[in-house]
Design a protein around this ligand. Structure first.
Ligand code: UDP
Length: 307
């Protein structure tokens, strides 16, 4: 199979490219390198089955031959997606027309990287796919959350009107090697701060929760979903849930750090609880995360130490 991976130079995208190559497939990796990093994929350049395209998906793309698309291209951390909210919305809209148009022309299936942000600040816990969400359409997260919501709407419109086979993965917080140390996310922030002896910045009082999935588990879920016949969005994440204060203590201990834990303002619209219900993924994809936080965090800390 020859896969197109958009956002292939990003954290999850580059891990997916590596995995597909290991499985013997060919990969056309597309990225505009706005938040992706060419260094994440330089080791893949030697592969004759790997090709890189520096392309901005708000403009159409015409690949020669592909069998399926993983659409991961979008700034994904709050720092990155809020940097230029108009551009983030273009990725949820214009880029989606281009990538779904491509899937339609070439008659190939597409996996859309959607997100737990579809659920906004959820009033249902844990979140099932049937929960319709609580998103502030004019808040600072709207450019990403609403962009991803309209992207889902475009997927189902192309599915019903143009017969495009779409798979929607609602991805919850994911961590692991190749995360951008400067993306401002909690895992990268805490590890980098702890390793450098800098204060560990907990936002608010740290009672808000997240559930962290190791990137290798997530990538396995993405591949299973694209190869399945399951229709409809599927949550992919690890239901192992931690408060941010507890998570800060874990990172401090694991890194043997003398950093103090400090409290900073809670960002507007920060979700209070995030935990996936993964019953659908278990039943229809036979998927569930295998890597414990202990094991995954150790691998991630080791990777950040070499950076
Ligand atoms: N967070 C934190 N300190 C940080 C960065 C994030 O306490 O230095 C919290 C943030 O308030 C949120 C959670 O960690 O509740 C996850 O945020 P992150 O930016 O990692 O990703 P998001 O899920 O918002 O995209």
């Amino acid at each position: 199979m020859r896969y197109l991976v958009t956002g292939g130079a990003g954290f999850i995208g580059s891990t997916l490219c590596r995995k597909l190559l290991t499985e013997g497939h060919s990969v056309a990796c597309l990225d505009d390198l706005s938040t992706g990093n060419r260094e994440n994929i330089t080791e893949l350049d030697v592969h004759e089955r790997f090709e890189f395209f520096n392309h901005d998906l708000t403009k159409p793309f015409f690949p020669d031959k592909i069998d399926a698309i993983f659409n991961l291209a979008c700034p994904a951390s709050p720092v990155h997606y809020q940097y230029n909210p108009i551009r983030t919305l273009k990725m949820g809209t214009l880029a989606m027309y281009n990538v779904l148009g491509m899937a339609s022309r070439l008659n190939v299936p597409i996996l859309q990287a959607s997100t737990s942000e579809i659920y906004g600040d959820p009033s249902e816990h844990p979140q099932k796919e049937s929960y319709l969400g609580n998103v502030n359409p004019i808040g600072p997260r709207a450019c990403y959350d609403e962009g991803k919501r309209v992207a889902e709407a475009l997927c189902v419109a192309y599915e019903s009107y143009n017969n495009v086979k779409v798979h929607i993965a609602r991805i919850f917080n994911t961590y692991g090697p190749f995360m951008d140390p400067k993306d401002g996310r909690v895992v990268s922030n805490f590890i980098v701060q702890a390793l450098r002896g800098k204060p560990i910045t907990v936002y608010g009082n740290g009672s808000q929760t997240s559930s962290f999935c190791f990137v290798d588990d997530l990538v396995d879920g993405l591949i299973k979903l694209l190869n399945s016949d399951f229709r409809g969005p599927v949550n992919l994440g690890n239901p192992d849930e931690y408060s941010m204060i507890k998570f800060a203590e874990i990172i401090k201990k694991k890194t043997n750090s003398s950093s103090e834990i400090v409290f900073k303002d809670l960002p507007e619209d920060d979700p209070k609880k995030r935990c996936p219900d993964i019953s659908l993924a278990k039943e229809f994809l036979n998927w569930e995360p295998k890597v414990s936080l202990e094991e995954g965090i150790n691998k991630t800390i080791d990777w950040f130490k070499q950076k």
